[in-house]
Design a protein around this ligand. Structure first.
Ligand SMILES: Cc1cc2nc3c(=O)[nH]c(=O)nc-3n(C[C@H](O)[C@H](O)[C@H](O)COP(=O)(O)OP(=O)(O)OC[C@H]3O[C@@H](n4cnc5c(N)ncnc54)[C@H](O)[C@@H]3O)c2cc1C
Ligand code: FES
Length: 551
């Protein structure tokens, strides 16, 4: 499978357990103009659930997806369905107040119920199971954080208790038990939801890239138009919003391993630690764990974590490809894992105040909506998007409207880390404009490597693939022009500013960028430079790609 094809199946070179255990969910590409009530861009859990709910409410819906259904983060998730959110309830209460914290808790509870009831109603065999969730103390954290969480989560109306011994873990670690959590197989769920959408008369087109999005609808890359009364952009990172939303959220890469455990040795449950405060006191990186069925003798322990801001893993001292062994080391200390048989990574968006942004796109026409800022709880947030956006489009009151409103700006609630990451992104932007980075010789780029090269002061991104072929791209991200970085693990070019990602052939994998990088043949780089030099004789021919490359 070449990487162009991979981009249609998943947004990285590793396949997740979910993608490996389902056939691709693909439909025909859009090849005609259409008119509808609502056009939805993006076939992850947010877009698919929104399509389903709108159809149920009587709207006509067209959904377009530029890869296959689930080729974004929904195909790379770990699919914990929780009210035990990634961010602590005592923090949520501080930022939103007691009443809204309770509404937030009940909105996630309703999302879990929605997935359960819909999979029953639509007969979707997606391995949905109710399980308990266990939040346990990381050695660097203080017991006080669990006590505060117990109190705040109970106040928010959750069924939660402190317990002595967690199932599955032999060590005695202080822990909170959250009742009524759940897990499922996200790709099987999406498949069933798509079938239900088609049955209700909805239309789904895959391999269809939305190139232009405005209040009239969507124009695809191939030039077809979907005219619609309402537009929903459910592309994870909104590709129709260039600035505002990307100052309110920050992208992180997160890593997952799937390791064999003997059947019956670990019970079905969800686990999280409270995070490593020695790494970061504000957003301590934490681990998340669940079980899935593998075969007759073994289950798969799926364990995630080792997050870092996108595009700057080496700056954080550990390269992307080295993070899986850290996960394995951590998991081995607590669970009886055997061989690691899966590894993949994905991207989450951390909003400044922990909650997703679902509603009208700020500073835009009033019929354009977005769902973004998953905060690591995108399965429930994406499900909330389905019901909330349906109410907003139908002009129905919904008490969650203000909580999830993308226009909210809780600047004082954002922690130091958020501003640091944001500033880091901006710095990357300015640095790339002024930086005289060390030139790299093309001939010295090894198989599997990607480097930024400079030809007459212009930067290019060069990668040599497994068969030795060199791929040269424009190095400036098509969102706002930051210089991209090579991610050896997922074989992608990642942007450190706002998380856009591209295949080694320059195809866009993650927004906010919505256009591909320019692909240059080696000859074209040389020809373009020569043309430039001819038109500017004063330019010193410092270094041409020709004499850089030894081939
Ligand atoms: C490793 C990992 C673990 C996670 N674990 C959990 C968990 O346990 N629980 C939880 O609740 N959340 C979890 N999350 C978060 C959650 O999985 C995601 O937030 C959620 O799946 C995102 O869904 P989405 O529909 O918003 O976006 P996506 O699933 O990314 O869908 C967006 C779609 O839009 C398409 N698209 C983009 N641009 C265009 C365009 N121009 N035209 C057409 N289509 C376009 C993309 O191809 C993509 O398929 C995890 C995430 C990761 C990466
Ligand atoms: S993602 Fe914004 S500049 Fe690259």
């Amino acid at each position: 499978m070449d990487n162009t094809q991979k981009g249609k199946i998943t947004s990285g070179s590793h396949l997740s357990y979910w993608l490996e255990t389902t056939s691709p969910i693909a439909y025909s590409a859009l090849e005609k103009d259409l008119k509808t009530d609502v056009v939805i861009v993006g076939g992850g859990i947010s877009g698919v659930t929104t399509a389903y709910c709108l159809l149920k409410s009587g709207k006509k819906v067209v959904l377009i997806e530029d890869g296959n259904i689930g080729s974004g983060e929904t195909g790379r998730t770990t699919a914990h369905c929780v009210t035990a959110l990634d961010d602590r309830y005592y923090e949520i209460e501080r930022v939103f107040g007691e009443k809204k914290a309770a509404l937030i808790a009940s909105s996630h509870k309703a999302a879990i119920d929605f997935i359960e009831q819909t999979s029953l109603k639509e007969n979707i065999d997606c391995e949905f199971e109710r399980v308990s969730g266990y939040l346990f103390l990381h050695p660097t954290d203080k017991h006080d954080s669990l006590s505060k969480e117990l109190k705040a989560a109970q106040k928010a109306g959750l069924n939660i208790e402190e317990i002595e011994l967690m199932p599955g873990v032999t060590d005695k670690i202080p822990c909170l038990k959250f009742h009524g959590q759940a897990q499922f197989h996200p790709m099987k769920y999406l498949k069933g939801m798509c079938e239900a959408i088609l049955k209700m008369g909805g239309e789904i087109y895959t391999n269809t890239h939305a190139a232009k999005i405005d209040e009239t609808g969507v124009e695809t890359e191939s030039g077809f138009k979907v005219v619609a009364d309402h537009v929903v952009v459910a592309t994870n990172s909104p590709v129709n919003n260039k600035y505002v939303m990307h100052l309110k959220q920050y992208p992180y890469r997160t890593y997952v391993i799937g390791a064999k455990v003997k059947k019956g040795s670990v019970p079905k449950a969800l686990w999280w630690d409270t995070g490593d405060y020695s790494v970061n006191t504000e957003i301590p990186p934490y681990h998340y764990v669940r079980l899935a069925s593998l075969n007759d003798t073994h289950d798969l322990l799926i364990c995630g974590g080792e997050d870092h801001p996108t595009g700057i893993a080496p700056e954080k001292k550990i390269n992307e490809e080295d993070r899986y062994s850290l996960l394995e080391y951590w998991a081995k200390k607590l669970f009886p894992i055997e061989e690691v048989v899966y590894q993949w990574s994905g991207q989450v968006l951390e909003p400044m105040d922990s909650m997703a942004f679902i509603g009208k796109n700020p500073a835009d026409k009033k019929n354009i909506y977005i769902a973004t800022g998953d905060s690591g709880n995108g399965i429930t947030h994406g499900t909330i998007a389905g019901t909330l956006l349906t109410d907003l489009i139908n002009g129905k009151e919904n008490e969650l409207k203000n909580i999830y409103d993308p226009s909210r700006f809780k600047i004082f609630s954002a922690g130091k880390t958020f501003f640091k990451e944001l500033a880091g992104g901006m710095l990357a932007y300015y640095k790339n404009k002024s930086d005289e980075s060390k030139p790299v010789e093309i001939g010295k780029i090894l198989v599997g490597e990607g480097k930024i090269i400079e030809v007459d002061k212009e930067k290019f991104a060069a990668h040599r693939d497994e068969s030795g072929v060199l791929h040269i791209l424009g190095a400036e991200c098509t969102h706002l022009g930051c210089i991209i970085k090579w991610n050896k693990d997922e074989k992608s070019w990642d942007c450190p500013c706002h998380g856009s990602r591209f295949t080694h052939e320059g195809k866009v994998l993650n927004g906010p960028a919505n256009t591909d990088l320019e692909y240059y043949s080696k000859d074209r780089v040389i020809k373009d430079r020569r043309k430039q030099q001819r038109s500017n004789p004063a330019t010193k021919k410092k270094r041409s790609a020709e004499n850089q490359d030894e081939e």
